[in-house]
Design a protein around this ligand. Structure first.
Ligand SMILES: NC(=O)c1ccc[n+]([C@@H]2O[C@H](COP(=O)([O-])OP(=O)(O)OC[C@H]3O[C@@H](n4cnc5c(N)ncnc54)[C@H](OP(=O)(O)O)[C@@H]3O)[C@@H](O)[C@H]2O)c1
Length: 356
């Protein structure tokens, strides 16, 4: 485990620098160098909270904004426990996401890693744990239209990612109690500048002519602009305490602007200056292609992400939008960047990449 050598920065708050009337946190963020983790740490630093990030790789941008970096794996209990020393809030953001890899790999990182995060909180008497979950923990392959948090976990999961995220979410919520308050956030389809998944995948496939939409009769899907997802995490941490309304609960998070996949994909393509995609395949064709590609990649391209899986095909063919009432009520969540503004910011970002 290597430490960046930075002193743990506890800056004096500049009251003019922030609108947050909360006391300074000493936060551990797992995956602080990632897409969502990065947005959370930038937001914490903007209001002068002290931040330590824990992940495997070196993320040089973190030191530049005064984030201490500890390198280690979620599966290494001792290293994670050491990294949490001196913190008063734990944002557990890192996970194995995506669609490739064995059940065991997902379970080790997502479930065992979360057990380690909970244990680290207990060892250091950290009283607040904010867990990044996923709406896929309630996905059973059917339409989700305006569902709220009463939606149950399915009896059968379609892929190891939602299976292990659901197991981790359950552990986090069960750990809630008088000494440790916990909350789980389920942001749906996060996108924006710095995206490591949705935006690059769409652009790469569009550029190689392989992008297809799935016919789904205009079913709607929620998405979450990156700043809104990060905001929700800080709001949850600020309100979290034993007995707080949000303690021990999970919340769906999104922009609150459901749109069709055609609108979402073509909005991202337009932000990149690319023409809209019009080619479509039927849900049955997409599911069959997902099955074939999973098999092909499993046999010949182990470790590489298949471009489509049965889980993704099902997701793309169904509605996914959520009732945000509980997040608005208990977290004070209100999306601060609209989808239109987010797309404008994404366009600026993509242009700035081209200029480099
Ligand atoms: N993106 C979405 O649309 C979306 C939607 C819902 C929920 N989520 C959740 O949001 C969280 C963050 O996702 P993201 O999109 O920001 O992904 P990301 O950009 O890939 O970030 C994940 C971070 O986790 C770290 N990490 C991964 N495996 C690790 C391990 N074994 N030990 C320590 N660190 C590890 C990685 O850093 P190193 O490689 O340096 O270790 C990476 O920086 C995840 O929990 C994901 O399930 C994402």
């Amino acid at each position: 485990m290597a430490n960046s050598g930075h002193n743990y920065p506890i800056a004096a708050r500049n009251p003019g620098a922030t609108n947050y009337p909360f006391s300074i946190m000493k936060a551990l963020v797992t995956g602080g160098g990632g897409f969502l983790g990065g947005a959370i740490v930038r937001r914490l630093r903007a209001r002068e909270d002290a931040v330590r990030s824990y992940s495997r790789g070196d993320h040089p941008g973190l030191a530049q904004i005064g984030v201490e970096q500890i390198r280690g794996d979620l599966t290494d209990k001792d290293a994670l426990t050491k990294a949490a020393a001196g913190c008063d809030v734990f944002f557990h953001v890192a996970a194995k996401a995506g669609v490739s890899g064995s059940n065991e790999e997902y379970a080790r990182v997502n479930v065992l890693g979360t057990e380690h995060a909970i244990a680290a909180c207990r060892t250091h008497k950290i009283a607040r744990l904010v867990f990044t979950s996923s709406p896929s923990v309630t996905f059973d392959g059917t339409d989700q239209e305006g569902v709220n948090e009463s939606a149950p976990y399915p009896t059968r999961f379609l892929a190891p990612y939602p299976l292990t995220k659901a197991a981790a979410e359950r552990l986090v919520l069960a750990a809630n109690g008088p000494d440790l308050a916990t909350v789980a956030l389920r942001p749906h389809l996060i996108w924006g500048p710095g995206d490591t998944q949705l935006v690059p995948r769409i652009l790469e496939r569009a550029k190689t002519g392989k992008l297809r939409l799935i016919e789904n009769s205009g079913k709607k899907v929620d998405t979450t602009y990156i700043d809104n997802a990060a905001l929700a995490h800080l709001l949850a941490a600020d309100r979290l305490a034993p007995g707080a309304a949000c303690a021990g609960k999970a919340y769906f998070i999104s922009n609150g602007e459901p749109a069709t996949m055609d609108e979402i994909v073509n909005g991202i393509l337009a932000a990149a200056g690319l023409p809209p995609v019009t080619k479509k395949v039927s849900p049955t064709m997409a599911y069959a292609a997902g099955l074939l590609l999973e098999g092909w990649h499993g046999l010949f391209k182990s470790g590489e992400e298949p471009p489509l899986t049965r889980f993704v095909a099902k997701q793309l063919a169904t509605a996914h939008w959520f009732d945000l009432t509980a997040a608005r009520r208990d977290l004070g969540y209100a999306p601060e960047v609209t989808t239109k503004e987010g797309l404008e910011r994404l366009a600026e970002f993509l242009k700035s990449l081209e200029r480099k």
